[in-house]
Design a protein around this ligand. Structure first.
Ligand code: TPP
Ligand code: MG
Length: 565
């Protein structure tokens, strides 16, 4: 099975220690084509595999022993399912005769992850007589992880004692020694009829493109926007928040200004990929009474507010390319949007950017919006920037300036604050091997603490990773919610603020990781740049305060409103 997976492009396995999984672990260990990463904690191990899968778009293998070890993998499986990341989960199991008789470390592992997996497979205890089926079984599992949509596959593998022995010869491959490639199951380009009807629906109207996560060809999005004279409201995860002339970055602060939100109402909306985090953008889109269309590679309907008029199942960038070619060839009678439409958006965005920068320049102590901006600005070209859920992803979305050559990744399938450190370690491991370049992580203190085990062994994994922890000693996001005013100060602090008082620099140091705490905003960008230049693993802790954070967000909102009134 391992040989077949390697032939199919699998390169990495994340293994958590245990005895029952020994035959598979030894097979992985002995194969030259697999890098084996060992992790104490199965939950973290699975998130490392998630990070690897996000970058490589091939599944990483996760191996656990039997019992609760197998259950620990569940959160990452759910995220992989929701975020469509390929993953091959192999849980070792006891053979059937040891089930239901009180044998140790034996639990029901059948369909353990429910409907969160593309497939559940249990081939039974391996037997020499079945050897001819192992390659096709392995291939079947691998293909299922990369189906449309991609996702996790669970292999439950019962092993009978003895668990060690001498390996026999490999069953012959269909083409021995040759790599095979999983064919794309569906075409990702839209068909010509779709392109034609889309072109006639959008041409000549004042429209906006909302670019979310899951776009391969970001340049094509801007090329189409240029032809149409439309703005691209670019989520940082879209790859579209570049210095292109059609980029609008600060759509969230802009749309908080009611007069502007009305004035900039479009006649048509094209949404690409998944939805941005901004609630303000979501509410603005929901209130528009115009034609809205979504383009997503698997045809998934990201539409919590139920206001989509149609969906196209195609890669968003390829769709934009098809549309542009069609429009440029004069296939449909189109004119660009009304003169000045794009200019108005871009001008408003520039004014918002100035207002944000000048509001933040008055703060010498670190603030969360300025930290998000500084991290995006300071990381070197080619960085993969993982951003945690809660305020970090929002602060980057709302306030970060356009940045070329940085790829932003985030676990937004289920929006969990778990496994984020490990995800970043997985991303960094993938990059160490295939697309060299640094990795950075922007994360809150609670999310960091939630996955402290992600730091286990991390300093010895050979990764280039800069972790910036925004430490407001608790869950800062809750201070923005009605709960903050509805409850008294004490219960709110105890139930939602949840201060922990942990010294994060010491915590990192306990793992042998170089760590420092900055005191002023002006130190953040240099600290990040310096850590990235050094290479290896570094933690930078940025202390902030939850109450002050709400105040600074309000201050920015007021500054943008004044600038745009
Ligand atoms: C696994 C998981 N548990 C709980 C939550 C709910 N939750 C959302 S944000 C948050 C607090 C996060 O705090 P921190 O990481 O410090 O970021 P901050 O809010 O301070 O920006 C919690 C507990 C979640 N999203 N995921
Ligand atoms: Mg926090």
């Amino acid at each position: 099975m391992v040989d077949e997976w390697v032939r199919g492009g699998v390169t990495d396995a994340v293994v958590a220690p245990g005895s029952r999984s020994t035959p598979l672990v030894l097979a992985l260990e002995r194969h030259d084509g697999v890098r084996v990463h060992v992790h104490h904690d199965e939950r973290s191990a699975a998130y490392v595999a998630l990070g690897l899968g996000m970058v490589r778009r091939r599944p990483a293998i996760v191996v656990t022993t039997s019992g609760t070890a197998a259950v620990e993998v569940h959160p990452a499986v759910v995220e992989a399912h929701e975020a469509r990341v390929p993953m091959l989960v192999c849980t070792a199991d006891r053979p059937p005769e040891l089930h239901g008789v009180g044998a140790p470390q034996t639990v029901d592992q059948q369909q353990l992850y429910g409907r969160a997996v593309r497939r559940f497979l249990d081939p039974g205890v391996p037997d020499e007589a079945m050897a001819s089926s192992w390659r096709s079984f392995a291939a079947q599992a691998l293909v299922a992880t990369m189906d449309s949509p991609p996702g996790p596959v669970h292999l439950n593998l019962p092993f009978r004692d003895p668990l060690v022995g001498e390996p026999g010869p490999l069953p012959k491959g269909i083409e021995p020694g040759r790599a095979w490639h999983v064919p794309a199951v569906v075409s990702t380009a839209p068909d010509p009829t779709t392109v034609e009807s889309l072109a006639s629906a959008i041409g000549g109207r004042r429209g906006v493109i909302v670019a979310g996560g899951g776009i391969d060809l970001a340049d094509e999005v801007h090329a189409l926007a240029g032809v149409l004279g439309w703005p691209v409201l670019a989520d940082p995860r879209s790859g579209c928040r570049t210095r292109a002339e059609t980029t609008v970055s600060h759509f969230d602060p802009l749309l908080r200004v009611p007069a502007l939100a009305r004035r900039l109402a479009p006649e048509v909306v094209v949404r690409l990929g998944s939805l941005p985090a901004s609630k303000v953008l979501g509410q603005w889109l929901a209130a528009l009474d115009v034609w809205q269309l979504a383009v997503e590679v698997d045809g998934f309907r990201y539409d919590p507010d139920r206001n989509l008029d149609g969906t196209v199942a195609a890669e968003p960038g390829e769709t934009c390319a098809g549309l542009r070619t069609h429009l440029e060839a004069g296939g449909t009678d189109v004119a660009v949007a009304a003169e000045g439409w794009l200019g108005e958006w871009v001008h408003a965005d520039a004014l918002a950017a100035e207002a944000i920068a000048s509001a933040l320049s008055g703060h010498e102590e670190p603030t969360e919006p300025a930290t998000a901006r500084d991290v995006v600005r300071a990381v070197p070209d080619g960085t993969a920037l993982v951003v945690s859920s809660s305020m970090p992803i929002r602060d980057v979305e709302w306030f970060a300036a356009p940045r070329d050559h940085v790829r932003v990744l985030s676990n937004r399938g289920a929006n969990g604050i778990d496994g984020v450190v490990s995800t970043a370690v997985g991303v960094a491991l993938a990059r160490a091997a295939t697309s060299p370049g640094p990795t950075a992580l922007l994360i809150g203190d609670v999310a960091f603490l939630h996955d402290t085990n992600g730091l286990l062994g991390a300093a010895r994994r050979g990764v280039d990773l800069v972790i910036v922890v925004v430490d407001n000693d608790g869950g800062g996001i809750f201070s923005f919610l009605p709960q903050a005013d509805a409850l008294g100060a004490e219960p709110f602090e105890r139930l939602y603020g949840t201060p922990h008082g942990v010294d994060l620099v010491q915590l990192a140091a306990a793992h042998g990781i170089s760590a420092r705490r900055v005191a002023r905003q002006a130190e953040v960008a240099p600290a990040v740049a310096e850590a990235a230049a050094l290479g290896g693993l570094h933690v930078v802790v940025v202390p902030t305060e939850r109450a002050a954070n709400v105040a600074v967000h309000r201050e920015i909102e007021a500054a943008v409103t004044t600038a745009l009134s």
